[in-house]
Design a protein around this ligand. Structure first.
Ligand code: 4AD
Ligand code: MG
Length: 482
């Protein structure tokens, strides 16, 4: 028997009139004659033509949507339109039946909400096939980008005892019998007796450990899962998401921004080159979704145009202070259209403000720098106060249309005294982070890094509105199904 060929290769085959074996799942079976078969290698199906007059009627009945089959047949030029080649079946074997009465995926349009409830099957739809092939390409491209530039892929721990961002949004990791944990005299839980001999949690960021690596290897990156117990039920937040965190010795904030912009453009270009069919499909999908919206809410660019636009334009760079001034003077602020009015310097930006800057004011990706020290993490490098006495840090956030914050990063505070002082002010335990502070004691140097939220990038590139649709099995408040 000839070897199985994947459908993508079959459809691209220059040769015809050869015997082939193809395996996949039935998408549809029409007129007792035409099987649309898909194996996930491409969004396109191969048409298998069945000689129904000479085929066992019992087998024909079992050719139902969702069934797994193996076909041996002749690859021939197709007479039908829409495909170059098709397979004339000689032998069909049912590998796995799919009861059409019970199979939840019908050959029709299902809502994304419904498909989320059957996330174990949604890979079998065109939309999710395309999304997860694009996600795969993007993650591969992350590695090629950094490997081409001599970065070392560093595996930082998933279980840690620190809260890198200091936001207190960690998931605890414990082996205790939760109904009856050992306690010390004052009634507090005695973590000394726990598995690790201390309280531990799932990591919110690999940055602190990443910095340790960069202080020897120069340029490192992490790419792994991170966990946040923030109770955010939004289309941009997950409790478990993947983050890419490069950390570079001898980089300042400007170098950091340049690298981040280069990375984002590289990722987009990579997918445009390697996933052209999937992007075309997703562009079509988004266009149809947009048609359901009222005219003034529709985007004036297609997905493909948005991606190309990002590649062709420099990101707009400005300081937080400049952004606040734009926002204070903006029409929606003056007309009290913002839910959170922008009154003055120092407040954190809400997503409505970020979206205004990116989508209305600049109409392109924006990099905001030098945020108020009070709203950022302890490890960011402190600027000298400005003429107004405003205290800022060398932070940068990259904001994207439709997404908001895509990247968060900073130049790090490498001066031991300044860092310790900030940790004291913010109540970050210095004794627990002795190893982090050691990098400032021995051979400290200017360095910088950032974190790219991988799912937000996949969202942007695929045009999907909800982050829960770009990770195979999303984790969010009150949901850990599958
Ligand atoms: O801005 P964040 O919190 O930065 C850090 O964690 C730094 N340690 C990064 C660094 O400098 N090495 O998170 C970085 C990015 C955000 O910009 C966002 O894209 C994404 O991670 N992100 C989330 N994505 C999905 N769900 C969530 N709950 C997210 N929280 C942050
Ligand atoms: Mg951030």
């Amino acid at each position: 028997m000839s070897q199985r060929i994947k459908i993508k290769a079959l459809l691209e085959s220059e040769q015809t009139n050869i015997e082939v074996t193809v395996k996949g799942w039935v998408r549809t079976f029409r007129n007792n004659q035409f099987i649309a078969l898909n194996d996930g290698s491409t969004n396109n199906n191969i048409q298998v033509v069945v000689d129904f007059e000479n085929t066992d009627p019992n087998l024909l009945k079992r050719l139902t949507t969702g069934a797994a089959i193996s076909v041996v047949g002749q690859l021939v030029a197709s007479l039908g339109k829409g495909q170059k080649v098709e397979v004339k079946a000689k032998e069909i074997e049912i590998l796995g039946d799919s009861d059409p009465e019970k199979y939840p995926l019908q050959p029709k349009k299902h809502s994304l909400e419904f498909l989320r409830e059957i996330a174990h099957l949604r890979f079998r739809t065109n939309t999710f096939g395309a999304i997860f092939r694009v996600r795969n390409s993007l993650s591969f491209a992350v590695h090629t980008f950094f490997q081409e530039r001599g970065f070392v892929y560093l595996h930082t721990p998933i279980i840690t005892a620190s809260d890198a961002e200091g936001a207190g949004e960690t998931f605890h990791v414990t082996n205790f019998d939760l109904a009856n944990p050992p306690k010390i005299e004052n009634g507090e839980i005695d973590f000394k007796q726990d598995f690790f001999g201390r309280a531990t949690n799932l990591t919110v960021s690999g940055q602190l450990e990443g910095e340790l690596g960069a202080m020897a290897l120069s340029d490192i990156y992490t790419f792994g899962p991170t966990f946040r117990a923030e109770n955010s039920n939004t289309t941009r937040h997950l409790a478990e998401f993947w983050m890419i965190e490069p950390e570079m010795a001898f980089y300042d904030l400007e170098d950091n921004m340049n690298l981040a912009e280069e990375l984002l453009k590289y990722l987009i270009a990579y997918v445009l080159k390697h996933n052209a069919e999937d992007i075309e499909f997703l562009t079509q999908r988004l266009a149809e979704e947009e048609k359901q919206k009222p005219q003034q809410e529709r985007s004036d660019m297609t997905l493909l145009e948005k991606l190309q636009f990002c590649l062709d334009n420099d990101f707009q760079r400005l300081t937080y202070t400049e952004a606040i001034n734009i926002l204070i003077e903006s029409a929606p602020n003056k007309k009290k259209k913002f839910q959170y009015p922008v009154e003055g310097w120092g407040t954190d930006l809400q997503s409505e403000h970020e979206r205004y800057l990116v989508e209305k004011h600049f109409k392109k990706p924006v990099i905001l720098t030098d945020y108020p020290k009070a709203i950022k993490a302890f490890y960011m490098r402190q600027n000298e106060p400005d003429a107004n006495g405003h205290e800022t840090v060398r932070a940068m956030d990259i904001l994207f249309p439709g997404i908001g914050e895509m990247v968060g990063g900073s130049q790090r505070e490498e001066r031991l005294e300044k860092l310790e002082q900030r940790m004291d002010e913010m109540g970050i335990p210095k004794d627990e982070l002795w190893w982090y502070l050691d990098t400032r004691r021995f051979g400290a140097c200017p360095h910088a890094g950032f974190g790219l939220g991988f799912e937000r990038m996949v969202q942007f590139v695929t045009g999907m509105g909800n982050i829960r649709d770009v990770i195979p099995f999303p984790r969010f408040p009150k949901n850990a199904e599958f």
